[in-house]
Design a protein around this ligand. Sequence first.
Ligand SMILES: [Zn+2]
Length: 338
Amino acid sequence: MLKKERKRLLLGFYNPFLSYLLILFSSISAIVIIPLYADDKPLRQLKIPELSVGQEGISSWQKKVRHELSQRLSLPDTKPASFDEKQIKKEGNHEWNLKEIEIQSTLQRRMRVCLAIPFPQEEKKYPAIVCIHGHGGNRYTAFENEPSPYHEFGKILVQNGFVVITTDVSQHEVYEKDRTLMGERLWDLMRCVDYLETLPFVDKNRIGCAGLSLGGEMAMWLGAMDTRIKATVVCGFLTYMDQMEKNHCMCWKFEGLRELVDFPDIYGLIAPRALQCQNGEKEPPDQFPPSLAQKAWAEITPVYRAFNAEEKADLIIHSGGHEIAIEPMLNFLKRNLP
Ligand SMILES: [Zn+2]
Protein backbone atom coordinates (compact mmCIF):
# COMPACT_ATOMS: atom_id res chain seq x y z
CA MET A 1 0.00 0.00 0.00
CA LEU A 2 2.78 2.35 1.03
CA LYS A 3 4.66 1.55 -2.17
CA LYS A 4 1.59 2.34 -4.25
CA GLU A 5 1.10 5.65 -2.49
CA ARG A 6 4.69 6.66 -3.08
CA LYS A 7 4.25 5.89 -6.73
CA ARG A 8 1.14 8.09 -6.90
CA LEU A 9 2.99 10.83 -5.11
CA LEU A 10 5.74 10.71 -7.66
CA LEU A 11 3.18 11.09 -10.40
CA GLY A 12 1.81 14.11 -8.62
CA PHE A 13 -1.79 12.99 -8.44
CA TYR A 14 -1.94 12.88 -4.66
CA ASN A 15 0.07 15.91 -3.78
CA PRO A 16 -1.75 19.21 -4.31
CA PHE A 17 1.54 21.11 -4.51
CA LEU A 18 2.92 18.85 -7.24
CA SER A 19 -0.36 19.05 -9.12
CA TYR A 20 -0.19 22.82 -8.90
CA LEU A 21 3.36 22.76 -10.26
CA LEU A 22 2.29 20.49 -13.09
CA ILE A 23 -0.56 22.80 -14.10
CA LEU A 24 1.70 25.83 -13.86
CA PHE A 25 4.37 24.14 -16.02
CA SER A 26 1.77 23.14 -18.66
CA SER A 27 0.44 26.69 -18.82
CA ILE A 28 3.91 28.18 -19.20
CA SER A 29 4.74 25.62 -21.93
CA ALA A 30 1.55 26.50 -23.76
CA ILE A 31 2.32 30.22 -23.56
CA VAL A 32 5.92 29.76 -24.69
CA ILE A 33 5.63 26.92 -27.22
CA ILE A 34 2.38 27.72 -29.05
CA PRO A 35 3.52 31.17 -30.26
CA LEU A 36 6.77 29.56 -31.44
CA TYR A 37 4.73 27.39 -33.78
CA ALA A 38 2.40 30.22 -34.65
CA ASP A 39 5.45 32.21 -35.74
CA ASP A 40 6.28 29.53 -38.32
CA LYS A 41 6.05 30.81 -41.86
CA PRO A 42 2.63 30.18 -43.43
CA LEU A 43 2.39 27.29 -45.89
CA ARG A 44 2.14 27.71 -49.66
CA GLN A 45 3.39 31.28 -49.85
CA LEU A 46 3.88 31.02 -53.62
CA LYS A 47 0.52 29.49 -54.47
CA ILE A 48 -0.82 29.79 -58.07
CA PRO A 49 -1.76 33.48 -58.41
CA GLU A 50 -5.17 34.87 -59.32
CA LEU A 51 -5.69 34.67 -63.07
CA SER A 52 -6.26 38.42 -63.24
CA VAL A 53 -2.43 38.72 -63.29
CA GLY A 54 -2.64 37.55 -66.93
CA GLN A 55 -0.21 35.39 -68.92
CA GLU A 56 2.75 37.60 -68.10
CA GLY A 57 1.93 37.52 -64.40
CA ILE A 58 1.66 33.72 -64.49
CA SER A 59 4.94 33.40 -66.42
CA SER A 60 6.81 35.55 -63.93
CA TRP A 61 5.26 33.57 -61.03
CA GLN A 62 6.52 30.36 -62.71
CA LYS A 63 10.04 31.78 -63.04
CA LYS A 64 10.08 32.89 -59.41
CA VAL A 65 8.82 29.53 -58.12
CA ARG A 66 11.33 27.62 -60.28
CA HIS A 67 14.12 29.79 -58.94
CA GLU A 68 13.05 29.34 -55.30
CA LEU A 69 12.58 25.60 -55.72
CA SER A 70 15.95 25.08 -57.39
CA GLN A 71 17.57 26.85 -54.41
CA ARG A 72 15.81 24.54 -51.96
CA LEU A 73 16.54 21.46 -54.06
CA SER A 74 20.25 22.42 -54.00
CA LEU A 75 20.78 21.68 -57.67
CA PRO A 76 24.42 21.98 -58.82
CA ASP A 77 25.45 25.22 -60.56
CA THR A 78 27.86 23.60 -62.97
CA LYS A 79 27.56 20.79 -65.48
CA PRO A 80 30.49 18.57 -66.38
CA ALA A 81 32.17 19.59 -69.65
CA SER A 82 31.63 16.14 -71.17
CA PHE A 83 29.58 13.00 -70.58
CA ASP A 84 32.70 10.84 -70.82
CA GLU A 85 30.43 8.06 -72.02
CA LYS A 86 31.25 4.42 -71.41
CA GLN A 87 29.13 1.56 -72.73
CA ILE A 88 28.42 -1.10 -70.11
CA LYS A 89 26.34 -3.50 -72.20
CA LYS A 90 24.23 -3.78 -75.29
CA GLU A 91 21.38 -6.10 -76.25
CA GLY A 92 18.90 -6.14 -79.08
CA ASN A 93 15.99 -7.92 -80.69
CA HIS A 94 13.89 -7.49 -83.83
CA GLU A 95 12.13 -4.44 -82.37
CA TRP A 96 14.75 -2.45 -80.48
CA ASN A 97 18.31 -1.98 -79.30
CA LEU A 98 19.01 -1.39 -75.65
CA LYS A 99 22.28 0.00 -74.35
CA GLU A 100 23.37 0.54 -70.78
CA ILE A 101 25.77 3.45 -70.53
CA GLU A 102 27.68 5.23 -67.82
CA ILE A 103 27.88 9.02 -68.08
CA GLN A 104 29.07 11.92 -65.96
CA SER A 105 26.25 13.33 -63.81
CA THR A 106 27.95 16.00 -61.72
CA LEU A 107 31.60 17.10 -61.68
CA GLN A 108 32.34 14.37 -59.12
CA ARG A 109 29.76 11.68 -59.80
CA ARG A 110 28.91 9.21 -62.57
CA MET A 111 25.49 7.67 -63.27
CA ARG A 112 24.05 4.83 -65.36
CA VAL A 113 21.31 5.12 -67.94
CA CYS A 114 19.55 2.70 -70.29
CA LEU A 115 18.85 3.91 -73.80
CA ALA A 116 16.38 2.03 -75.99
CA ILE A 117 16.21 2.80 -79.72
CA PRO A 118 13.63 1.44 -82.19
CA PHE A 119 14.99 -1.22 -84.58
CA PRO A 120 15.55 -1.07 -87.48
CA GLN A 121 16.67 2.48 -86.87
CA GLU A 122 15.54 4.85 -89.59
CA GLU A 123 17.29 7.92 -90.99
CA LYS A 124 15.15 10.38 -89.04
CA LYS A 125 14.81 12.22 -85.75
CA TYR A 126 12.75 10.40 -83.12
CA PRO A 127 10.73 11.82 -80.24
CA ALA A 128 12.14 10.68 -76.89
CA ILE A 129 10.70 9.91 -73.44
CA VAL A 130 12.40 9.82 -70.04
CA CYS A 131 10.65 6.84 -68.37
CA ILE A 132 10.78 6.88 -64.58
CA HIS A 133 10.28 4.04 -62.09
CA GLY A 134 8.86 4.22 -58.56
CA HIS A 135 10.02 2.96 -55.15
CA GLY A 136 11.96 -0.28 -55.37
CA GLY A 137 12.42 -0.02 -59.14
CA ASN A 138 15.51 0.63 -61.25
CA ARG A 139 16.57 1.64 -64.77
CA TYR A 140 15.27 -1.67 -66.17
CA THR A 141 11.76 -1.44 -64.62
CA ALA A 142 10.18 0.30 -67.65
CA PHE A 143 11.19 -2.65 -69.86
CA GLU A 144 10.17 -5.47 -67.50
CA ASN A 145 7.60 -8.02 -68.60
CA GLU A 146 4.07 -8.24 -67.25
CA PRO A 147 2.66 -8.64 -64.67
CA SER A 148 3.69 -5.21 -63.49
CA PRO A 149 1.87 -1.96 -62.62
CA TYR A 150 4.14 -0.34 -65.24
CA HIS A 151 2.71 -2.57 -67.98
CA GLU A 152 5.98 -2.51 -69.98
CA PHE A 153 5.50 1.21 -70.74
CA GLY A 154 9.13 1.71 -71.81
CA LYS A 155 9.01 -1.22 -74.20
CA ILE A 156 5.66 -0.13 -75.66
CA LEU A 157 6.95 3.39 -76.27
CA VAL A 158 9.96 2.05 -78.20
CA GLN A 159 7.67 -0.22 -80.22
CA ASN A 160 5.67 2.90 -81.07
CA GLY A 161 8.61 4.87 -82.40
CA PHE A 162 9.97 6.65 -79.35
CA VAL A 163 13.55 6.62 -78.09
CA VAL A 164 13.41 5.82 -74.36
CA ILE A 165 15.92 6.72 -71.66
CA THR A 166 15.84 5.56 -68.03
CA THR A 167 17.95 5.94 -64.91
CA ASP A 168 17.75 5.13 -61.19
CA VAL A 169 15.88 7.45 -58.83
CA SER A 170 14.85 5.33 -55.84
CA GLN A 171 17.98 5.86 -53.73
CA HIS A 172 17.22 7.13 -50.22
CA GLU A 173 20.69 8.40 -49.32
CA VAL A 174 22.18 11.64 -50.60
CA TYR A 175 25.21 10.97 -52.84
CA GLU A 176 27.06 14.25 -52.40
CA LYS A 177 27.54 16.71 -49.57
CA ASP A 178 25.16 19.72 -49.39
CA ARG A 179 22.69 18.20 -51.84
CA THR A 180 19.08 17.02 -51.31
CA LEU A 181 17.63 13.64 -52.21
CA MET A 182 14.96 15.12 -54.49
CA GLY A 183 17.50 17.48 -56.00
CA GLU A 184 19.88 14.64 -56.90
CA ARG A 185 17.06 12.53 -58.35
CA LEU A 186 15.85 15.46 -60.43
CA TRP A 187 19.38 16.39 -61.52
CA ASP A 188 20.00 12.88 -62.88
CA LEU A 189 16.77 13.08 -64.88
CA MET A 190 17.81 16.48 -66.25
CA ARG A 191 21.12 14.90 -67.23
CA CYS A 192 19.12 12.28 -69.18
CA VAL A 193 17.57 15.18 -71.12
CA ASP A 194 21.04 16.72 -71.63
CA TYR A 195 22.23 13.40 -72.98
CA LEU A 196 19.22 12.98 -75.30
CA GLU A 197 19.94 16.42 -76.75
CA THR A 198 23.38 15.24 -77.88
CA LEU A 199 21.97 12.33 -79.89
CA PRO A 200 21.69 13.14 -83.61
CA PHE A 201 18.65 10.85 -84.02
CA VAL A 202 16.62 12.55 -81.24
CA ASP A 203 14.41 15.56 -81.94
CA LYS A 204 15.23 18.07 -79.18
CA ASN A 205 11.81 19.66 -79.55
CA ARG A 206 9.97 16.40 -78.93
CA ILE A 207 11.22 15.25 -75.53
CA GLY A 208 8.71 14.09 -72.90
CA CYS A 209 8.65 12.18 -69.62
CA ALA A 210 6.38 9.63 -67.93
CA GLY A 211 6.40 7.76 -64.64
CA LEU A 212 4.39 5.97 -61.99
CA SER A 213 4.21 6.69 -58.24
CA LEU A 214 7.62 8.06 -57.17
CA GLY A 215 8.29 7.97 -60.93
CA GLY A 216 5.14 10.08 -61.42
CA GLU A 217 6.36 12.48 -58.77
CA MET A 218 9.73 12.75 -60.51
CA ALA A 219 7.99 13.26 -63.88
CA MET A 220 6.08 16.14 -62.23
CA TRP A 221 9.38 17.62 -60.98
CA LEU A 222 11.13 17.17 -64.31
CA GLY A 223 8.24 18.68 -66.30
CA ALA A 224 7.98 21.56 -63.83
CA MET A 225 11.66 22.45 -63.55
CA ASP A 226 12.97 21.65 -67.03
CA THR A 227 11.18 23.52 -69.80
CA ARG A 228 12.84 21.34 -72.47
CA ILE A 229 10.20 18.74 -71.53
CA LYS A 230 7.28 19.23 -73.94
CA ALA A 231 4.89 16.56 -72.60
CA THR A 232 4.60 15.07 -69.09
CA VAL A 233 2.62 12.00 -68.00
CA VAL A 234 2.20 11.56 -64.25
CA CYS A 235 0.59 8.30 -63.11
CA GLY A 236 -0.52 7.74 -59.51
CA PHE A 237 0.80 11.00 -58.10
CA LEU A 238 -1.77 13.78 -58.30
CA THR A 239 -2.57 14.66 -54.70
CA TYR A 240 -1.87 17.14 -51.88
CA MET A 241 1.02 17.34 -49.46
CA ASP A 242 -1.28 16.92 -46.42
CA GLN A 243 -2.18 13.48 -47.79
CA MET A 244 1.50 12.65 -48.31
CA GLU A 245 2.23 13.41 -44.65
CA LYS A 246 0.41 10.18 -43.71
CA ASN A 247 1.02 6.57 -44.82
CA HIS A 248 3.79 7.46 -47.26
CA CYS A 249 7.54 7.35 -47.45
CA MET A 250 8.59 10.90 -46.55
CA CYS A 251 11.27 11.18 -49.23
CA TRP A 252 9.05 13.66 -51.13
CA LYS A 253 9.65 16.33 -48.50
CA PHE A 254 12.60 18.67 -48.06
CA GLU A 255 13.30 21.80 -46.09
CA GLY A 256 11.32 24.83 -47.16
CA LEU A 257 9.10 22.98 -49.65
CA ARG A 258 5.79 23.21 -47.83
CA GLU A 259 6.25 26.86 -46.95
CA LEU A 260 6.57 27.58 -50.65
CA VAL A 261 4.09 25.41 -52.57
CA ASP A 262 1.72 22.46 -52.67
CA PHE A 263 1.60 19.92 -55.52
CA PRO A 264 -0.93 21.82 -57.71
CA ASP A 265 1.51 24.76 -57.76
CA ILE A 266 4.34 22.52 -58.98
CA TYR A 267 2.06 21.11 -61.69
CA GLY A 268 1.15 24.71 -62.55
CA LEU A 269 4.79 25.25 -63.60
CA ILE A 270 4.31 22.78 -66.46
CA ALA A 271 1.66 24.95 -68.20
CA PRO A 272 1.23 25.64 -71.08
CA ARG A 273 3.28 22.54 -71.97
CA ALA A 274 1.29 19.30 -72.23
CA LEU A 275 0.37 17.49 -69.00
CA GLN A 276 -1.56 14.28 -68.43
CA CYS A 277 -2.31 13.02 -64.93
CA GLN A 278 -3.70 9.54 -64.33
CA ASN A 279 -5.32 8.28 -61.12
CA GLY A 280 -7.03 4.90 -60.75
CA GLU A 281 -10.52 4.39 -59.34
CA LYS A 282 -9.18 1.48 -57.28
CA GLU A 283 -6.59 3.61 -55.46
CA PRO A 284 -7.24 3.25 -51.69
CA PRO A 285 -8.56 6.41 -49.99
CA ASP A 286 -5.26 6.88 -48.11
CA GLN A 287 -3.17 6.64 -51.29
CA PHE A 288 -3.94 8.59 -54.50
CA PRO A 289 -7.76 8.59 -54.73
CA PRO A 290 -9.44 10.29 -57.71
CA SER A 291 -11.37 12.59 -55.35
CA LEU A 292 -8.16 14.35 -54.27
CA ALA A 293 -6.79 14.27 -57.82
CA GLN A 294 -9.91 16.04 -59.08
CA LYS A 295 -9.63 18.66 -56.35
CA ALA A 296 -5.98 19.32 -57.24
CA TRP A 297 -6.80 19.30 -60.96
CA ALA A 298 -9.39 22.05 -60.42
CA GLU A 299 -6.52 24.24 -59.21
CA ILE A 300 -4.23 23.39 -62.14
CA THR A 301 -6.59 23.80 -65.11
CA PRO A 302 -7.11 27.57 -64.67
CA VAL A 303 -3.37 28.04 -65.31
CA TYR A 304 -3.81 26.28 -68.67
CA ARG A 305 -6.91 28.39 -69.32
CA ALA A 306 -4.83 31.53 -68.72
CA PHE A 307 -2.51 30.38 -71.53
CA ASN A 308 -5.45 29.35 -73.77
CA ALA A 309 -3.99 25.85 -73.66
CA GLU A 310 -6.73 23.81 -72.00
CA GLU A 311 -6.42 21.12 -74.67
CA LYS A 312 -2.88 20.45 -73.39
CA ALA A 313 -4.14 19.39 -69.95
CA ASP A 314 -5.64 15.95 -69.57
CA LEU A 315 -6.89 14.23 -66.39
CA ILE A 316 -7.53 10.50 -66.78
CA ILE A 317 -9.48 8.67 -64.09
CA HIS A 318 -9.09 5.04 -65.17
CA SER A 319 -10.71 1.88 -63.83
CA GLY A 320 -7.45 0.42 -62.47
CA GLY A 321 -5.42 0.98 -59.31
CA HIS A 322 -1.90 2.28 -58.75
CA GLU A 323 -0.68 1.60 -62.28
CA ILE A 324 -0.08 3.09 -65.71
CA ALA A 325 -3.00 3.18 -68.14
CA ILE A 326 -1.03 2.53 -71.33
CA GLU A 327 -3.55 3.50 -74.00
CA PRO A 328 -4.25 7.09 -72.79
CA MET A 329 -0.51 7.63 -72.11
CA LEU A 330 0.43 6.52 -75.60
CA ASN A 331 -2.29 8.54 -77.34
CA PHE A 332 -1.38 11.62 -75.33
CA LEU A 333 2.34 11.39 -76.11
CA LYS A 334 1.72 10.75 -79.82
CA ARG A 335 -0.67 13.69 -79.96
CA ASN A 336 1.62 16.10 -78.09
CA LEU A 337 4.98 15.06 -79.55
CA PRO A 338 3.88 14.66 -83.16
ZN1 LIG B 1 10.89 7.11 -50.52
